[in-house]
Design a protein around this ligand. Structure first.
Ligand code: SF4
Length: 205
């Protein structure tokens, strides 16, 4: 992948002084070098980069230092459905980023688990971490974990393509937002969202 500065520049101009999310399509961890070059390009427009990542590949210490210097925010997406080793990699890397002075968010993808699921304990513990944003899982009937979900608390959600509510995509947004009302929630309506991916999180005034 290459950075197309000529076409990206005009798209960034209306966002001067604001922030952009890098990781909505694709994961910046696939190519940290490109992610950091893009971040530095955004810096020229006084735009803060917010990286959304699963840490499929690890950033180097130098990468973490570069991102911290740019005051980028890293969101590590994690879930109680993840293997514990992956949860540990994500939380430890976010902690390490903070050691460099970086700002990090634990973006917990919350699931509507069955009432007696042992995963509730893990999910609740994740939700008690610091700097947490919870994002209720949006899933389809083909989701491989669907047998572990309490479907009676789920509702159809708007299709990204048609904007109409459909049962093809479901979420337990209301149920989970009530359970985790002590934290910020990603409601997936960015235009109505007061949290703005926690872009005001400490460090920068
Ligand atoms: S709804 Fe808010 S927290 Fe979620 S992606 Fe949009 S701006 Fe970020």
């Amino acid at each position: 992948m290459i950075l197309k500065e000529k076409s990206l520049g005009p798209q960034l101009e209306p966002l001067i002084g604001d922030c952009v999310r890098n990781g909505v399509k694709g994961d910046p961890s696939e190519d940290w070098e490109l992610a950091i070059r893009t971040m530095k390009f955004c810096d020229q427009y006084d735009i803060t980069s917010i990286f959304l990542t699963r840490f499929w590949k690890m950033p180097s210490e130098y990468d973490l230092a570069e991102m911290a210097r740019s005051e980028a925010i890293i969101h590590g997406s994690l879930s109680a459905l993840d293997p514990q080793t992956h949860i540990d990699i994500i939380t430890e890397t976010l902690d390490r980023y903070e050691d460099f002075g970086g700002r990090s968010v634990r973006r917990v993808i919350t699931a509507p688990l069955l009432e007696d699921s042992p995963l509730w304990k893990i999910q609740d513990e994740l939700m008690d971490l610091r700097n947490v944003l919870h994002q209720p899982l949006r899933f389809r009937g083909t989701n491989p974990f669907i047998d572990q979900f309490e479907l009676s608390v789920c509702e159809g959600v708007k299709s990204n393509t048609t904007g109409k509510v459909t049962n093809r995509w479901r979420s337990a947004k209301n149920f989970l937002t009530e359970r985790y009302s002590h934290t910020a929630g990603c409601i997936t309506n960015c235009w109505d969202c007061g949290h703005q991916c926690m872009s005001n999180l400490g460090g920068v005034s």
